[in-house]
Design a protein around this ligand. Structure first.
Ligand code: ADP
Ligand code: MG
Length: 717
């Protein structure tokens, strides 16, 4: 039926050339082609268009987290509209992040008819500050059922507005929060903003105790390394599993994988680089500070990383980055896969969430500094992170849970589902010395037996890197590597900020008591650090997280190993989670329940989609191909071939029957039980079907095989 199809496809894809007329070439000698932030309503732009008083009030909101003075709205809206119209925008939208984990938008035109066929451009302060998308179909986990049916979007002045260009127009985008009329968060941004406030308050109080009188605000910062695949779009559209579920549900391991390490950090293929360059240029225009790119380990896998920003802007920029990566890829005949595990047996994709805390006076609290006091601060905040991660390890795991992650965590080159911290040899030594009561607190360098008055910079690169750890200290920040590639950064960071705020307060209380009891500051801080480390060091692990032996060791230590999403999500509702989120006013119990319900439902729905897609592909594409080949073999009377095919085909039909029956939900099962049912029956059933299909792939004539194979998808660049 399609004898030459795959060959032709390969030739087509491999011949793809930059000279193709679909892509415009860019004159990079013209600096105006890469104007950073050209499409952002930046502080610079605002300064040109807003009065001085307005600017000052806006700045107070941005820098000190003060509530916005709504009387400014009309002036800001007017300036924003003028700026957007100059750039060809015809519409505006509030951009928000409902609990689907994606971004949502609803466009409105600026133009309003004024009679006689004329129209004027209109955009009021009210339209800037508040929107009412009729977004009642978004999942809310029941929050809105009990109150008002509609939610509203509220302008977030701390994340700059920007313009999205399209060949046929432009759109003004305004980052917003999405909340119910009773103030419940219906989105991912609201809890992140609340958690940043909470952490700032706790950290400032602690800094005062530690003797810092200058800092007024502490910002959490994130810089995420995003991994992704780029594959030829023709293969994508030939694979109903990729189109529907974002991952391949079938596919035998190719003879060549990444064993030769010929892709990792290798030269970037021309088409891919062309796509990356355009993606980066677009992102730069949007003010996203992209910096690094390279080939990743798996074939056709790549990475992009920005310079870090405050958590809210960094998280918004991450969403934008994923959107631009996906849309730009299409211009190059490519599809960008953000799924955590698009190919079985091949490395999956993560999003390494580099995280730190910095003061408005320019100190990174997770960096040993130039004075003994800075070093004590560093040890204090580091110990708080260790305490938070140990106490809330289950919650952190839950914060990165989704169905794609269940295939990634613990598989090829991905951290396991067990949350542990890697400190690195130097920092571990510092804590161990403190724990042993050795070293002189007044001479922090003595913790490394240096006798120096300060700690040296801790290594960020080289040998002291442990790539297998889900949560690693990397010199001046922690890298939360368990985050999945498709995930929004908002929730994992809201969790991180909240639990660290709580731990900072716990340590600060203890510090206050110790100081009151007469210890000097250096002694008191090291005593607090010692207590925190001793109580939580079980979560610190310097070994190989990929090693099976770690699972046994972790169990002995009492660490959690929540392998799948249904195992992890109940952590959102434990007493200590509810207490932490409640005390810091980040999420109420009701809001947590709604998130739990939505995440659970998404898992179940996606499992069901995968199971139904797998069943349909196997039944309507694979079985017919096997039958055709069997018929050929029988007609030619080559019994050896027929004997290869027949048992596999029989196996497949049996497995398909089981999957079919698993795909019929039992009566009366819902919620967590249904998610567990889906995992244990539908996903397990799919795995069996896959086994037979992948074996058949190695037997059936290539020209009869209806799906592009891994050896094609992963190697045509
Ligand atoms: P490494 O080589 O250790 O991964 P890089 O300097 O390349 O370190 O940084 C990796 C990522 O970490 C980048 O996205 C970067 O922006 C981010 N990063 C660096 N410093 C911080 C910080 N203080 N807070 C948050 N992220 C940071
Ligand atoms: Mg990486």
């Amino acid at each position: 039926m399609n004898t030459t199809r795959t060959r032709l496809q390969n030739v087509h894809a491999a011949r793809w050339s930059l000279n193709g007329d679909s892509i415009g070439s860019v004159d990079l000698t013209d600096a105006s082609n890469v104007p950073f932030g050209a499409n952002v309503f930046s502080e610079l732009e605002q300064g040109k268009r807003l009065g001085k008083g307005t600017m000052e009030k806006l700045k107070a909101t941005l820098e000190q987290g003060e509530a916005l003075d709504t009387s400014l709205a009309d002036e800001v809206a007017g300036a924003m509209k003028e700026w957007a119209l100059e750039r060809g925008a015809t519409h505006f939208t509030h951009v928000f992040q409902p609990l689907t984990g994606l971004t949502a938008e609803k466009h409105d035109s600026f133009f309003e008819p004024v009679g006689d066929g004329a129209a004027i451009a209109k955009f009021s302060g009210k339209e800037l500050i508040q929107g009412e998308p009729d977004a009642s179909s978004f999942p809310t986990g029941g929050v809105r059922d009990t109150f008002e049916a509609r939610g509203y979007t509220a302008w977030d002045p701390t994340s700059p507005a920007y313009i999205l260009e399209n060949p046929n127009g432009a759109l003004l985008c305004i980052p917003t929060a999405f909340v119910s009329w009773t103030g419940e968060a219906l989105d991912a941004k609201t809890p992140l903003l609340r958690s940043m406030d909470a952490l700032s308050k706790s950290a400032i109080l602690a800094l005062r105790l530690l003797g810092d009188e200058d800092a007024e605000r502490v910002f959490t910062t994130i810089g995420a390394e995003q991994e992704y695949f780029l594959i030829d779009e023709q293969y994508f559209f030939e694979r109903p599993d990729l189109v529907t579920t974002g991952r391949t549900l079938f596919g035998a391991k190719p003879p060549k994988g990444h064993e030769l390490d010929d892709h990792y950090f290798g030269p970037i293929p021309e088409r891919i680089l062309a796509c990356m360059l355009e993606t980066e240029r677009e992102l730069q225009k949007l003010g996203v500070p992209v910096k690094t790119r390279h080939n990743e380990v798996a074939p056709n896998q790549y990475e992009i990383a920005p310079v870090f920003e405050n958590s809210n802007v960094g998280s918004d920029h991450q969403q934008l980055m994923m959107q631009v990566m996906q849309s730009t890829a299409r211009k190059y005949g490519l599809v960008c896969l953000l799924h955590e595990k698009p190919f079985a047996g091949v490395n999956g994709s993560g999003k390494h969430n580099n995280w730190s805390m910095g003061t408005d006076t320019g100190h990174n609290l997770l960096e040993p500094g130039d004075t003994p006091a800075d070093n004590l601060n560093f040890l204090f905040f580091c110990a708080a992170v260790i305490q938070a991660v140990n106490k809330h390890q289950g919650l952190l795991r839950a914060s990165v849970a989704n169905i794609g992650q269940d295939h990634r965590l613990g598989a090829n080159e991905a951290p396991p589902a067990i949350i542990s911290i890697f400190l690195g040899a130097e920092l571990e030594k510092v804590f161990e010395t403190i724990s042993a009561g050795e070293g002189d607190p007044h001479t922090p360098g003595s913790f490394l037996e240096l006798g120096a008055s300060v700690l040296p910079p801790l290594p960020m690169h080289g040998g002291d890197r442990n790539r297998t750890s889900p949560f690693a200290f990397t010199g001046n920040k922690f890298e939360f590597r368990a985050v999945g590639s498709s995930s929004s950064l908002s929730f994992p960071n809201a969790v991180l900020n909240t639990i660290v705020a709580e731990a900072i307060d716990e340590l600060a209380d203890s510090l206050e008591k110790k100081t009151e009891s007469g210890l000097d500051k250096a002694e008191a801080v090291t005593a607090v650090v010692k207590e925190a480390y001793d109580a939580n060091k079980q979560v610190c692990f310097m070994g190989d997280n990929y090693d099976e032996a770690w699972h046994a060791e972790a169990e002995k230590r009492g660490l959690k190993n929540l392998k799948t999403t249904p195992d992890a999500l109940p952590e959102l509702l434990t007493e200590q989670t509810v207490a932490a989120f409640g005390d810091y006013e980040v999420l109420s119990e009701r809001e947590l329940e709604s998130r739990y319900e939505v995440l659970l439902e998404q898992y179940t729905i996606r499992a069901n989609m995968e199971a139904e897609t797998a069943g349909a592909i196997a039944k309507t594409m694979i079985v017919p191909a096997a039958l055709r080949y069997l018929e050929l073999a029988e007609r030619a009377e080559v019994s050896a071939v027929a004997e290869d095919v027949r048992p596999l085909l029989n196996e497949l039909t049996v497995a398909l029957k089981e999957l079919d029956s698993a795909n019929h939900y039992p009566d009366g099962v819902e919620g967590l039980d249904l998610a567990i049912y889906a995992r244990d029956n539908q996903l397990a059933g799919m795995a069996k079907v896959r086994e037979s299909v992948d074996s058949l792939e190695g037997v059936i004539a290539d020209d009869l095989w209806p799906l592009p194979k891994y050896s094609e998808i992963l190697f045509i660049k």
